[in-house]
Design a protein around this ligand. Structure first.
Ligand SMILES: NC(=O)C1=CN([C@@H]2O[C@H](COP(=O)(O)OP(=O)(O)OC[C@H]3O[C@@H](n4cnc5c(N)ncnc54)[C@H](OP(=O)(O)O)[C@@H]3O)[C@@H](O)[C@H]2O)[C@@H](O)CC1
Ligand SMILES: Nc1ncnc2c1ncn2[C@@H]1O[C@H](COP(=O)(O)OP(=O)(O)O)[C@@H](O)[C@H]1O
Ligand SMILES: [K+]
Length: 487
């Protein structure tokens, strides 16, 4: 598991560790790793370290201190270092002394003419961003924001110290300018903002440095991501005693005369979800059979279909006059249920909470916004809070789709899917995910695992099918992904 912890938790662990270590030891560990990462980046650009130029942006906290101590180490190895101090009288004293002793220069930002700053940046091979880390609050203040914009305009690669300056560590929110990094060197633990958009999108490659915090962090993270190996271990596998019913049957209620394709795509995903069989109930049976002849089709509603181990309902139900009945019957079924798309419209939390079996909701940001009574943009800006709120309100597992797919239960860590790709923003790809995650539910995975495994496979399949994938080619790539993971 890749794990991320909130600032409060990181700080508590840091305090406990500081009590056991000599003064400054923790920052020295961080600075050594940071200097090594910068040295690697500088060498990759120009072959050798001596004579390279680095600009360190230094805020008034320990994030700036880390930048100064790392810059001092690089200066000792022949790198020409200039530190740009946002608040010279509050710059980390030990860090500043170390930099000066190593022959580095320090400029006060307020005393630096814009032309001189641009010239400095123009000569730099790398910028080290130590403006703010976990102590950053709200959007960057004007001087810092302007500096970030000038650095970005100069086009010099940036290594962020702990976090890209300007992002909110706990929520992944971004207010105003951020300095985007090619590499973020995170100390002790990842913070949620390094895994969740929009902040994640500014972090570049994220490298976690062990500074000894691990044993002091709680067992339960705030945010976590399954690795591919963990996903592979969760995949349902048939055994000697398996038959098609024991492997699990998924019922699919999707599609309508106007949207038969949604039924085809959902069933297509379901058939790659590790089930023994898929029962389709609805008006698009002919289209489903034409593409997937192995499907058991019927024209009725969920209550009229045969036994299943889980239901997936919603894609393309839009103009089916029986939509409400279909959703009501799916909600009444005493098996795990995935609700997506048109099944989410107007969904009553009390009806979901009253269910006897688990429920998984898979909204995109627009559907999540409608369920929360807010705007899509607000959900996109506050993904973590939104998915947590939905899970709590509905007493269900919620998978929030989009640029970062998140999965939340009413309590416990939020799971992040790290395999996503913007290529998935293509019509019908959500229907494939519904079938896939529904299939995994029917095969016996808990909703949280079914959602996380489904999203992980879905992202890998899109990468395999790209560019450019369509919902159909994502479906077709799924068996290749299974094969690789099962090998
Ligand atoms: N945790 C660990 O284990 C370890 C942590 N370490 C390091 O410490 C870092 C945390 O240091 P930190 O606590 O000093 O806070 P930091 O991020 O430097 O920022 C605070 C300063 O920024 C300012 N400021 C705030 N908001 C701002 C804004 N919007 N725009 C502009 N300025 C803003 C704020 O100013 P003030 O509000 O006081 O005026 C304050 O002075 C952490 O990220 C990691 O790098 C490692 O060394 C070792 C192990
Ligand atoms: N910008 C993006 N980056 C990564 N994944 C995305 C992005 N936009 C959409 N997706 C993914 O694409 C799929 C789209 O699903 P959905 O919105 O339900 O579309 P549709 O209804 O057309 O199937 C989801 O899996 C979602 O997470
Ligand atoms: K930073």
């Amino acid at each position: 598991m890749r794990t991320a912890y909130r600032v409060e938790t990181v700080r508590a662990a840091e305090r406990a560790l500081l009590d056991r270590l000599p003064e400054g030891a923790l920052m020295d560990r961080a600075a050594a790793a940071l200097a090594a990462a910068c040295a690697g980046a500088l060498r990759a650009r120009r072959g050798r370290l001596a004579g390279a130029r680095l600009v360190a942006l230094v805020g008034s906290g320990d994030n700036g201190g880390d930048a100064l101590l790392a810059a001092a180490r690089l200066a000792r190895r022949g790198v020409g270092v200039t530190a740009v101090l946002l608040a010279p009288d509050r710059a980390h004293p030990r860090g500043l002394a170390a930099l000066r002793a190593a022959g580095g220069r320090a400029w006060a930002l307020a005393d630096t003419a814009p032309g001189a700053l641009d010239a400095l940046l123009g000569r730099a091979g790398l910028v080290l961003d130590g403006i703010t880390g976990i102590g950053g609050r709200g959007g960057l203040r004007p001087a810092a924001a302007e500096l970030a914009e000038r650095v970005e305009a100069a086009g010099v690669p940036v290594v962020a110290v702990d976090l890209p300056s300007g992002v909110d560590a706990d929520s992944g929110r971004v207010e105003g300018p951020v300095l985007p990094a090619a590499l973020t060197v995170a100390f002790g633990a990842l913070k949620p903002g390094l895994l969740v958009d929009p902040a994640r999108g500014h972090a570049g490659e994220v490298r976690l440095v062990d500074i000894g915090l691990g044993p002091l962090l709680p067992a339960e993270p705030d945010v976590a991501a399954f690795t591919t190996a963990e996903v592979a271990a969760l995949l349902p596998r048939p055994t000697g005693e398996s038959d098609k019913y024991r492997r699990g049957v998924l019922g699919v209620a999707a599609g309508s005369p106007r949207y038969p394709g949604a039924a085809v795509l959902t069933v297509g995903g379901a058939l790659r979800g590790g089930v023994g069989a898929v029962r389709y109930a609805g008006p698009a049976g002919d289209a489903v059979i034409a593409r997937h002849p192995e499907t058991l089709v019927s024209r009725g509603t969920p209550a009229e279909a045969g036994r299943v181990q889980a239901w997936a309902a919603g894609p393309g139900l839009g103009d089916d006059p029986r939509r409400e009945r279909i959703v009501a019957e799916a909600l009444a079924a005493d098996v795990p249920l995935l609700l997506d798309a048109d099944a989410l419209a107007g969904l009553d939390p009390a009806r979901v909470r009253a269910r006897s079996a688990p429920t998984l909701l898979t909204p995109h940001a627009g559907e999540a916004a409608a369920l929360l009574g807010t705007e899509r943009e607000r959900v996109e800006a506050r993904r973590l809070a939104s998915v947590r709120e939905l899970a709590e309100r509905f007493g269900a597992t919620v998978l929030l789709k989009g640029s970062t797919t998140l999965i939340a239960d009413p309590s416990g860590p939020v799971l992040v899917n790290e395999t996503g790709t913007p290529w998935l923003a293509t019509a019908g790809s959500g229907d494939v995910l519904t079938g896939l995650a529904g299939g995994l539910l029917a095969a016996g995975l808990a909703p949280r695992e079914a959602a996380a495994v489904g999203a992980h496979l879905h992202g890998l399949a899109a990468r395999e099918a790209a560019p450019p994938p369509s919902a159909t080619t994502v479906t077709e790539a799924l068996p290749r992904v299974w094969r690789r993971l099962l090998a």
